[in-house]
Design a protein around this ligand. Sequence first.
Ligand code: ADP
Ligand code: MG
Length: 224
Amino acid sequence: MSEPVIRLTGLTRSFEQGGETIEVLRGVDLALAPGEIVALLGPSGSGKSTLLQAVGLLEGGFGGKIEIAGANASGLNADDRTTVRREAIGFVYQFHHLLPDFSALENVVLPQLLLGKSRDEAEAHAAELLGALGLSERLTHRPSQLSGGEQQRVAVARALANKPVLVLADEPTGNLDEATADKVLGEFLNLVRSQGSATLVATHNERLAAKMDRVVRLHEGVLS
Ligand code: ADP
Ligand code: MG
């Protein structure tokens, strides 16, 4: 087997709350092969977002080991975490988190400019991605001028813009009605499949989880 894109070994995380320690992650082990799409299933409060924040190198404070593309990422300082995040990881959140003052196109262009692409190249790629998501007629719209499903499609395009080896999605369709959620998730999965990004999708929805290659369940701080 080729080297996993991520490997978590004995990942732990606890929070201090009102003098008590809540152990949210109690030793999570997980490996994702290149291109593998895995559903992270668990009820609200089970620690899905906490786990994605760890894998996404969004904060420190975790015990255990995180390896990304074979490199140990657990001991990195904040600057180095930012570099790995920019180059290797794409995020989709439940709420789109698009920049409100920029057009759909510009929201997808910006992460590419951060990695040094030319504006022409970045715009062409952004238009291509947004076109694949059915948004060719919406390139100049701002987020507030888009429907919820369209906003999430732009967020998907932004996450995939730099062809990251790893995509992390935290309830990416949790804010959409069922029919729209199905459509957007299907388009998202098609795109990550065609691009070959390993993908971890947190959801509490069994039906959506069944569309992925594999399901892991977070229960009492460990995966089964
Ligand atoms: P999920 O995404 O599965 O709904 P979360 O990862 O958001 O679950 O939260 C898991 C548990 O960790 C919850 O009990 C939550 O209250 C707690 N938690 C998350 N973040 C913090 C924090 N910054 N401080 C204290 N407790 C937290
Ligand atoms: Mg969550």
